[in-house]
Design a protein around this ligand. Structure first.
Ligand code: ZN
Ligand code: ZN
Length: 333
């Protein structure tokens, strides 16, 4: 979508509370994109229905659960450590084979190809919670109705709008990297692999087609849906609910939301992240669980990554907002 001159002008004087100018002129995406996105979003819920029907009275097999946990962890870390902390923010340097492995694992998370994912996320940081942000919950203003509409938009609705993020502008580094363009091209095949693996593993372990099918449902479709909604919750909830212990740029309302810390592998310490985007650890305070940072630390000890940007305590304290002011900051003052 190319924005009109009028919209571009109105973006300049955003006040932090009104709907974004582009909210009025958005164009729905083409039918093919809507159809594909809709299928990706809806299929897991149909699968959940089928899974419950199949499993009724038989319980849940340990094989399905273990396969789901393993694949959730591998693809989830592919997104958080690979797509996000390494490729979007360069918070560490990885050996070439590990860089490719992480990009492949992230692609298996059904969240778009690596180049588009990184482009959209860099744009989110460039325009956080102001006009131009691809998925801000403040798009429709800060009134109650606008806020709910905005949350739905930030969680999922943004995928159904024709709002292209130009890769040339946001990810020239990845476009120049043949390994990354190859992984991006392989995205549909990697999605297929992401569903084929649990099916085949279920078959191999149980020796039955029924075992293959339930593994496909739980460790394939439902695992994909859970990771998608956790990632999307960071876009939606982690800009609305929670606390804001660190200073961020004007209009940026990213928050820390502890209940999502484990499932999101530490990405829900989102205020910490927006405050210092290139830091490899998002949960920077004591007791803030950040499994992605732990994995990066492990990779560092193994000698697979270097140049890791760990938190700098002095910088951190300079950015810390006194507790009394945090509530006010969250109210958008
Ligand atoms: Zn954010
Ligand atoms: Zn980020």
């Amino acid at each position: 979508m190319t924005i009109s001159k009028q919209t571009a002008e109105r973006r300049q004087d955003y006040d932090g509370a009104s709907p974004f100018p582009e909210a009025e002129e958005h164009v729905p995406a083409g039918r093919l994109q809507v159809g594909l996105t809709g299928a990706i979003v809806v299929a897991p819920f149909l699968a959940l229905g089928v899974a419950i029907f199949l499993m009724w009275g038989r319980g849940f097999t340990l094989t399905d659960l273990l396969l789901a946990v393993v694949l959730y962890t591998v693809t989830g870390l592919g997104v958080t450590v690979g797509f996000h902390r390494l490729l979007t923010h360069a918070s560490f340097t990885a050996r070439p084979w590990l860089r490719v492995a992480l990009a492949v694992a992230g692609s298996m998370g059904f969240q778009g190809n690596v180049i588009d994912w990184v482009a959209v996320h860099r744009r989110h940081h460039a325009f956080t919670d102001r006009p131009g942000d691809p998925h801000s919950p403040y798009r429709y203003g800060t009134g109650l109705r606008g806020q709910f509409r905005g949350l739905a938009h930030a969680h999922l609705g943004w995928l159904f709008i024709d709002d292209q993020t130009p890769a040339q502008r946001y990810v020239p580094d990845l476009l120049d990297d043949p390994a990354m363009t190859r992984v991006a091209r392989a995205f549909p095949a990697l999605c297929a692999l992401s569903l084929a693996l649990p099916f085949l593993a279920g078959w191999a372990i149980t020796g039955t087609l029924y075992g293959a099918l339930t593994a496909f449902l739980w460790a394939g479709l439902i695992r994909v849906a859970l990771l998608q909604h956790v990632t999307w919750s960071v876009n939606s909830l982690c800009h609305v609910l929670g606390n804001r212990p660190f200073k961020t740029r004007r209009h940026d309302r990213s928050t820390n939301l502890w209940p999502l810390a484990l499932l999101s592998f530490g990405e829900s310490w989102h205020n910490g992240h927006h405050s210092e985007p290139s830091c490899a650890r998002h949960g920077v305070d004591r007791g803030q669980l950040d499994p992605s940072a732990a994995v990066i630390g492990l990779f560092e000890r193994l000698g697979w990554v270097s140049n890791v940007h760990w938190p700098d305590q002095e910088r951190l304290e300079r950015r810390r907002v006194p507790r009394r002011e945090q509530a006010r900051a969250l109210a958008g003052d």
